[in-house]
Design a binder for this molecule. Structure first.
Ligand code: SAM
Ligand code: SF4
Length: 330
């Protein structure tokens, strides 16, 4: 049997996030600049065959969870074809997609038919003006019809990602929690991270998970720690004491979960990363395109072996990664 992917801090890696594009159809200010974004040339981007080849090797090393992300993954042509390919790989136990839902009205059914069952939808606000301000696009109606189409297609337990930027998102926290509670969605409030490419981030702009949990507990319903909380998961999970659903917080800044990290990332241009905040990356494109399975496995093992203990957002030594969020794959 092949040895699992264990790094020098005894963390077992079984989860892979795959970015399929660095392009996006909206411009969330905390992720992408409004103008002048330079996207990767198409020939640099891994094909679906390339991605499947990499995944088959990763799965042989113990990876069993995949998440497709970007940029905006639905702007990648024929994405349901990739989902069908990955769904068919023996050993893939969990396949999920993170999307801004702008194109979900068109793609929800084909994605479901291709075998996708788990969706994370990124939506910070239910207010059209505020949506426009955050994303620089007037696409809230499309997002809402995308969500409705996903429900009709059969997606259940949809998670809603909300990026928590202090002095901005406060008016949306309670309405988003109520909306999710009423519709059976699970909100995941994500602390603002220094990945914005424009250096807008500062500690003073981070709204902490604890502050948000207290507000929701007071205004929406009492939250208690989820009894089945997975200590390895990045989210700190709560449930409403009255049984009204689940609420997650990703406290990457105020409560880093690096010692539980089980993730690797593959960028759309074929680089393996051991952390969202990593400075170094392992180029695996040539191995995928012209090498053997052993060459790809060696590149994955090399990346895992080099993994650091964790990011140092809270230290004066912190250096933001050279690539912004949309280019790494969130
Ligand atoms: N476009 C898709 C989307 O927005 O969901 C997938 C890619 S996006 C980079 C993945 C997730 O990253 C988003 O759902 C959003 O919640 C999160 N995100 C983006 N910029 C962030 C930042 N600066 N801090 C924290 N989370 C961020
Ligand atoms: Fe696009 Fe997602 Fe980044 Fe927003 S967070 S700009 S939707 S990639």
């Amino acid at each position: 049997m092949t040895a699992p992917l264990i790094d020098s801090f005894a963390r077992v890696h079984d989860s892979l996030r795959i970015s399929v594009t660095d392009r996006c159809n909206i411009r969330c200010f905390y992720c992408m600049p409004e103008e002048g974004v330079k996207f990767m040339p198409r020939e640099e981007i891994l094909s679906f065959e390339d991605i499947e080849r990499f995944v088959r090797v990763a799965v042989s090393l113990g990876v069993n969870k995949l998440r497709i992300t970007g940029g905006e993954p639905l702007v990648r042509r024929n994405l349901p074809d990739l989902i069908a390919r990955l769904h068919a790989v023996p050993g893939v136990q969990d396949l999920a997609l993170t999307t801004n839902a702008v194109l979900l009205e068109e793609f929800a059914q084909p994605l479901y038919d291709a075998g996708l069952r788990r969706l994370n939808i990124h939506l910070d606000t239910l207010d059209r003006e505020r949506f426009l301000k955050i994303t620089r696009r007037d696409d809230l109606p499309k997002v809402m019809s995308g969500i409705a189409t996903a429900q009709k297609a059969g997606f259940r337990k949809i998670k809603i990602n909300i990026v928590a930027v202090k002095n901005l998102i406060e008016p949306d926290i309670v309405p988003m929690a109520k909306y999710c509670r009423e519709n059976g969605f699970e909100p995941r409030y994500i602390e603002f991270m220094p990945l914005d490419s424009q250096e807008l981030w500062g500690k003073s702009r981070v709204l902490s998970a604890d502050e948000m949990a207290a507000l929701i507990s007071k205004e929406v319903g009492e939250l208690v720690e989820a009894p089945d909380r997975d200590p390895r998961a990045p989210a700190t999970d709560y449930v409403y004491a009255d049984g009204g659903g689940r609420v997650g917080f990703i406290a990457s800044v105020t409560k880093p979960f690096c010692m539980n990290c089980n993730r690797l990332r593959l960028t759309s241009d074929g680089k393996i990363r051991y952390c969202l905040f990593a400075i170094e990356e392992t180029d695996v494109k040539q191995q995928i395109r012209t090498g053997t399975g052993d060459d790809i496995a060696a590149a994955i093992r090399g990346c895992v072996a080099a993994k650091w203990v964790g990011h140092e957002i809270n230290s004066a030594k912190f250096v933001p990664p050279p690539r912004p969020m949309y280019s790494i794959g969130g």
